[in-house]
Design a binder for this molecule. Sequence first.
Ligand code: CUA
Length: 327
Amino acid sequence: MSRGRWYAAIVSWVSTAACGGPLSTLAPAGREAEDAASLFVWMTVAAAVLWTGLVALLLYATSSTREITNPRTGSRLIAAGFLLPVTLLPVLLVFGLRPLARADERSSPPPFSIDVAAEQWWWRVRYAFDDGRSIPLANEIHLPVGAEIPARLTSHNVIHSFWIPALAGKVDMIPGRSTRLLLAPTRTGEFQGVCAEYCGASHAFMAFTVVAHEQQDFDRWLLGQAQPAREPANESAERGSALFFRHGCAACHAIRGTSANGVVGPDLTHVGSRARLAAGARPNHPEALIEWISAPSHVKPEATMPDFAMIGRSDLTDIAAYLHGLQ
Ligand code: CUA
């Protein structure tokens, strides 16, 4: 392959490398993301047309083989170079403002809303209902396809940014004020959310899972999350439950249905049901739980949770069995 072809291959590979996968904005699964993706395509096409037109004019005007002697040709060239951007750019501006106006449009009252607070470095989630009920969760958001769910975004530490590339976003989470975003998934699937604003040592380990379900599946999931925690299912989990309280975990974590009601760390009532641990840092697995509990600082630099390296392997296995059983 010639050198030029190599360059072309590398450029096309690099430019399309991010066009798929769970973090792609070009595989939209939400109303706002669909608007953004189509805006991207139209902007790219229009920019290509404009660039091609202007370069063609430039080449014509500077071509050494032809001398422009007629002054009217010169004026026409200048007029064309002026008119092309002046007509095309306002059209793009209007086209680009349309999704902004649509961003908050809702066709029906939402069945519930979601509050998301950015912590260093995880996501505190709360489903809030009109009748005053609320369900505290963490690091995972589930949504019914077809619904338009308002999310209220806050932070009480530093600026974070809430971004689910396939659904919508990104919106800053600013201490002292709340921002909002409408989540309107258009197809089922599991997507990834990230923090898109540098917020400290573990910014890169601040992710979350988003699952869009059909309504029935969503209702089933929500019903499960609203329940108090399951009782330990076996002896190991029972020992793990006692160890959880003996080591003071309940001072920071809540497990609904038990006396654990700490609010510093994530709610663990259904921690076993989540896809990932520690805000996306590890897959949810007993071994990963053991690693996390014994040395959070290795998994997530500067995490607030202290290392529990003094707990023996067999006790850690029991605690992990208890937590993993909290489905
Ligand atoms: Cu939170 Cu970056």
